[in-house]
Ligand binder design. Structure first.
Ligand code: GCV
Length: 857
């Protein structure tokens, strides 16, 4: 009671850590009106403990109790509809759940009237307190139960009749989990939510509770398989001990109808098996894979199959032996065939060592997928699926759809989307991705002059294929938020809902997710919807626009701004920016020819500047900074304006979130967690804005028409203050510091001060922002004083709080801002920053801004 009173006094609901995601089953608002419309028991048809129909019964009981406080009994029936236990429900309305086959056995007449369902589909019928939930298979029944629970969780207890079959058969997630920390990029490559939930120290973790919880979340949105390990695969995954461990993971997945799949290292027969070769056409190699596959299926009979990254970024593959990619894929397909498994073979094949931007105007990484796969369409076996990243480069904020989707007509394909925000803010920035995915899925590639939307190609509809679908790189970790940020979970939710039905709207599924994750309080839903829907355009604006890619530091963490890192290396993510012009000429007439990889109608559109949309201009064309866009602005002015506009949107997010304080479903733990990230994002958006604008101003020498770039009237540069123990430091890249320099402590143990007299500041109330650098190796302390009053004290501990890639440097990844609101300042006060270094972090400071109300600088 006491804690309840305390909570009421703070205006917050009980703390939540995010572990339950959108499956919190929290009490719904209109529970009274619903109570009369609920069943009083659950009847499961032919359920077996550990399989999805049984799980569906449990979830329905748990959900209805959580939402409405009503406890339902579970009446288990056998294959002929007879009670299995001694506690058959005593009359009353029931929700019946099972497979169509089980229902047919016990209710043959009623079953004759059921609609046709495809694989994994479900039928849901709710009428005056009774409900029938039938799956085409076991997991279909579970999907139907979760769908109804999602409606109930939004307070929707209406009668409903719904038959739903997923648009595509493959609805997988990929985890890039390493067996061991310290491998490529830590425990989960490009993971921002903590260590692997599956592996630790080279082994499968003994406790796999999180695997089950993960499968539950995935099943609730219709996803059906998880590749549990990194595509940069460790051959040790196939040792007997690891296989035993994988079987334990699969045991946790099975109750949710989620299948396990495995990423393989192509060279395993040699590196693990001791064979002299891994040539896919060598019979001993095929025999080795057959045997390994049999061993896996002996332990995991329902394994979904394999995922292989070959001949890409240093990974071995068939081309090592001059064999084709089809030769490689088919080898796995043969091993899997007897078990009903499938192989997803990645199209992300390119050479990151030989591309030369200076010597070859026509060199282009974007061409690679089509160049490597063209001509192979007749060669793949029917259980091979080519998994294609949505764009031709690599999960950028704006890319055209990969043209490879239009080249593989006989071969099944799947689209690879990325839920983990590798180039898109690494969960430290709110970026809701469903609107971007919708654009890509709805894009019409016009194969043979006919409507050919990406979504219909991958589902198999357009070319009459059986297999196909979706692979989402998710990379959850041990953090209770799963992805490292509560708000980022909308991306996982939307991914599952879209993979099931690409017709859903990005705003519709977002609203659903918010209601289930927080509450259906009108304001909560509206505000988070607004924040999320503006987030992708804002991020594109303040990072990289006009199709120039994200401009993150591609040689380090793929996170903060470093536009120069794109060029001059063989990774091929080039902008080709010089003093006069920018962009990749991918035309056929004068460029790399990439535009010509599309079917003729689309190729013609991208070939000409006039018909290329502005948002892809620099993807397809190399133009002067003074080129005038369809909007009427020059390219350079668009850059300046878009960066200002995007950063301005980011400034609005913290206040919007604060307006939800104390609303239903907004508990203190999640409130603070989200607020911290949004404040951080607002600050880092300014770092982005200024870095990119300074960089291109420096390159082009063309001033901003509005006079903003390089002019910051409210800033006091740290290097211009009176320094005691601090020394100026030239930052690299230069644009990551205001005025190109910051200050650092003279030694790693010097406590230092930077001070200034606020002679030009009128007496009043201001927001005071300090821009500083929070580096990976050290926890410096900063204190800010105005006059004799300490305004704040903070630590450089982002590496423990934000999951983004750490950087040991003073750069655009570590640049950040802290803002103190409503600070009373008198003209002539002394402002002082005191820095205490720690480890390798010399308490760096870039500048201090004294901001009158409403100004951000
Ligand atoms: C798993 C990019 C990422 C790599 C990733 C690779 C891939 O290059 O930076 O971390 O490797 O894509 O998708 O295979």
């Amino acid at each position: 009671m006491r804690s309840l009173l305390l909570l009421a006094a703070t205006g917050f609901a009980a703390a939540e850590d995010g572990l339950a995601g959108w499956l919190r089953y929290a009490r719904v608002d209109n529970d009274r009106s619903c109570l009369a419309r609920l069943p009083s028991s659950i009847v499961t048809l032919n359920a077996t403990q550990g399989l999805p129909v049984h799980t569906a019964g449990q979830e329905l009981a748990q959900g209805i109790q959580g939402f409405f406080g009503k406890k339902l009994s579970i009446d288990e029936r056998d294959e002929r509809g007879r009670p299995k236990n001694n506690r058959p429900a005593k009359g009353g309305k029931a929700v019946t759940v099972g497979t169509v086959a089980a229902y047919r056995a016990s209710h043959p007449r009623e079953a004759a009237r059921l609609p046709e369902l495809g694989d994994d589909g479900f039928y849901l019928s709710v009428s005056r307190g009774s409900a029938l939930i039938l799956g085409q298979n076991e997991r279909g029944a579970l999907y139907g139960a979760f769908r109804w629970l999602a409606l109930l969780g939004q307070g929707n207890c209406s009668d409903v009749t719904l038959a739903s079959t997923p648009d595509a058969s493959i609805r997988w997630v990929n985890q890039w989990d390493n067996l061991q920390d310290g491998g490529t990029h830590g425990s989960v490559e490009r993971g921002y939510g903590g260590d692997s939930i599956f592996f630790w120290d080279g082994e499968v973790r003994p406790d796999q509770t999180r695997a089950g919880q993960y499968a539950r979340l995935l099943a609730s949105i219709g996803l059906n398989a998880v590749v549990v390990n990194n595509v940069n695969a460790d051959p040790r995954t196939l040792t007997p001990e690891l296989m035993d461990g994988l079987a334990r993971i699969a045991d946790q997945f099975r109750p949710y109808g989620v299948q396990l799949a495995l990423a393989l290292n192509f060279a395993s027969p040699q590196t693990l098996g001791g064979l002299p070769t891994f040539d896919p056409l060598e019979p001993s190699v095929q025999a080795w894979w057959d045997e390994a596959t049999n061993e896996l299926y002996r332990r995991i009979p329902d394994m979904a199959g394999y995922l292989v990254k070959a001949n890409s970024e240093g990974q071995p593959g068939p081309m090592t032996y001059n064999r084709t990619l089809a030769d490689g894929a088919n080898m796995f397909a043969r091993s899997l065939k007897p078990h009903g498994g499938i192989i997803l073979f990645r199209a992300f094949v390119y050479n990151h060592q030989t591309l030369n931007q200076t010597l070859d105007w026509k060199a282009d990484r974007a061409r690679a997928a089509v160049d490597y796969f063209d001509g192979l369409d007749d060669d793949f076996l029917d259980n091979v699926v080519v998994q294609i990243k949505y764009g031709p480069i690599d999960f950028q904020v704006r890319e055209p759809v990969s043209p490879l989707f239009a080249h593989l007509v006989k071969t099944a394909t799947a689209i690879e989307l990325q839920i983990t925000q590798e180039y898109l803010g690494q969960q430290a920035h709110l970026v809701y991705l469903a609107p971007m995915w919708k654009e890509l899925l709805d894009f019409d590639l016009r194969v043979d002059g006919r409507e050919s939307r990406t979504r219909d190609i991958i589902s198999g509809k357009r070319f009459g294929r059986r297999l196909g679908g979706y692979a989402g790189v998710v990379n959850v970790g041990t953090n209770t938020t799963w992805l490292g940020s509560h708000l980022a979970m909308s991306n996982l939710y939307a991914y599952g809902r879209l993979a099931w039905d690409p017709d859903v709207t990005s705003e519709g599924v977002l609203r659903e997710w918010i209601a289930l994750t927080f509450s259906d309080d009108r304001r909560v839903v509206d505000v988070i919807t607004h924040m999320s829907m503006v987030s992708w355009p804002a991020y594109e604006n303040y990072t990289g626009n006009l199709g120039v890619q994200t401009l993150t530091d591609i040689l380090l963490g793929h996170y903060g701004p470093n536009p120069a890192s794109q060029d001059g290396n063989p990774w091929g993510q080039w902008t080709r920016a010089d003093g006069d012009s920018i962009g990749m000429d991918r035309t056929v007439w004068n460029g790399t020819g990439f535009a010509g990889q599309y079917p003729p109608e689309v190729a013609a559109r991208y070939e000409r500047i006039e018909t290329t949309p502005d948002n892809l201009l620099l993807w397809f064309h190399h133009v002067p900074y003074t080129h005038v866009l369809k909007s009427g602005k020059t390219v350079i002015q668009h850059f300046y304006d878009a960066h200002y506009a995007g950063a301005a949107v980011a400034q609005t997010l913290p206040a919007l979130w604060k307006s939800l304080r104390g609303r239903r479903g907004i508990d203190r733990e999640r409130y603070e967690h989200v607020l911290f990230r949004l404040e951080y994002q607002a600050g880092h958006a300014l770092v982005w804005r200024d870095s990119i604008n300074n960089f291109y101003f420096n390159k082009s020498s063309i001033p901003d028409e509005l006079g903003r770039v390089g002019r910051h009237p409210y800033r006091i540069e740290a290097e211009a203050m009176t320094l005691d123990g601090y020394v100026p430091y030239a930052v690299s890249p230069f644009e990551a510091a205001s005025g190109t320099r910051c200050i650092v402590t003279r030694t790693n143990s010097t406590r230092a001060t930077a001070s200034t007299v606020l002679r030009n500041v009128k007496t009043g109330v201001y927001d005071v922002a300090v821009n500083y650098y929070d580096m990976a190796h050290g926890n410096s302390t900063w204190e800010l004083y105005v006059g004799s009053q300490r305004i704040g004290r903070w630590k450089g501990d982002h590496e423990y709080i934000l999951g983004k890639a750490p950087s040991p440097y003073i750069d655009g990844q570590t640049a950040t801002r802290i803002t103190f609101r409503d600070v009373r300042i008198r003209k002539g006060d002394v402002l002082k920053v005191v820095g205490t270094p720690d480890g390798e972090e010399p308490a760096p400071v870039d500048y201090v801004s004294i901001l009158p109300k409403g100004i951000v600088d």
